[in-house]
Design a protein around this ligand. Structure first.
Ligand code: CA
Length: 296
């Protein structure tokens, strides 16, 4: 077996809001886990509460890390979080830096999501639209919980309000005050590459007309949703992946922030339907090489 991606510490993949490991035959990290394993990496795709605060999910992640450390004998892990999974990973690294070699944010709303702000403003939770949306999210979370086969532990409670608050600019600003590790000092800048012995990295994409909305994405509902969601952006208008702005995603060493990938393409969703010429799996493979070269 080739060992080009055999990092010193296991890779732990942390999903975003409404995340999962596998729904039936449908994995969250489509094609990514097998590609990393083929290169000799030890990979764990873990499940945390699909709808809850980043701190709650972070505590659940710490329990996973504890178990992985026991199982593998590794002292530390490399955390790679998608979307809210990034905030979840940042929390875990802030609490137990001695367990974490690196945190990588993939399309993480590290300064909040303008989509979440828009929903907060236009769909207040005590209004009719807000209540309808809340009911819909709870049904979706319940159905996904039933379909989820990769996780056999206790089911999670759903707290949509906490989940939503964890993603708004105001909510993330509060979170950032407590857990600032790896954040840039200036808007659009890069953060420290290493804090408390933990390395920080990030990458993200943007919607690029004629590229992200073409190719196999033509048939992809999530891409259509992203294009619709992008209309709610003001500060980073035209510079977002549909759910997270380009600069909002910055954390630690910024590997890139304008890959032609929407918020779902970046984890090769749905089922590898991505825009013209986009290669989300390659970014994960290259990152495993990067971590290996860094000795973590
Ligand atoms: Ca897609």
């Amino acid at each position: 077996m080739p060992q080009s991606l055999a990092t010193r510490y296991p890779l732990v993949l942390v999903p975003g809001m409404l995340g999962f490991v596998r729904l039936g035959f449908f994995p969250y990290w489509y094609g990514i886990v097998p590609a990393l394993r083929a290169g000799g990496a030890q990979v764990f795709a873990v499940q945390v509460a699909p709808l809850d605060a980043s701190e709650v999910r972070g505590e659940q992640l710490l329990a996973h890390i504890e178990q992985i450390r026991e199982e593998t004998g590794a002292d530390k892990v490399n955390l790679i979080g998608h979307s809210q999974g990034s905030l979840t990973a940042r929390y875990a690294a802030a609490k137990r830096p001695e367990w974490v070699a690196s945190v990588t944010s993939v399309a993480g709303p590290n300064h909040g999501s303008e989509l979440a702000d828009h929903i907060h403003l236009h769909y207040p939770i005590d209004g009719v639209k807000g209540r309808l949306m809340s009911a819909l999210f709870h049904v979706v979370a319940w159905v996904m919980g039933v379909l989820e086969t990769g996780y056999r532990g206790p089911r999670f409670k759903a707290d949509l309000q906490a989940s939503h608050h964890s993603l708004t600019s105001a909510g993330v600003a509060l979170f950032n005050r407590q857990y600032p590790q790896g954040l840039p000092d200036t808007w659009g800048g890069q953060g420290a590459a290493e804090v408390n012995g933990v390395r920080y990295y990030s990458w993200s994409g943007t919607l690029q007309p004629g590229i992200t909305d073409r190719g196999r994405n033509l048939f992809d509902g999530t891409n259509r949703s992203c294009r619709l969601f992008a209309r709610s952006f003001v500060r980073e208008k035209g510079q977002c992946d549909g759910m997270v702005g380009r600069y909002s995603s910055h954390l630690g060493l910024v590997i890139g922030d304008d890959f032609p990938l929407d918020h779902f393409d970046i984890v090769n969703q749905s089922m590898g339907l991505v825009g013209k010429g986009a290669e989300p799996i390659r970014l994960f493979v290259e990152h495993a090489q990067r971590l290996k070269a860094a000795g973590v």
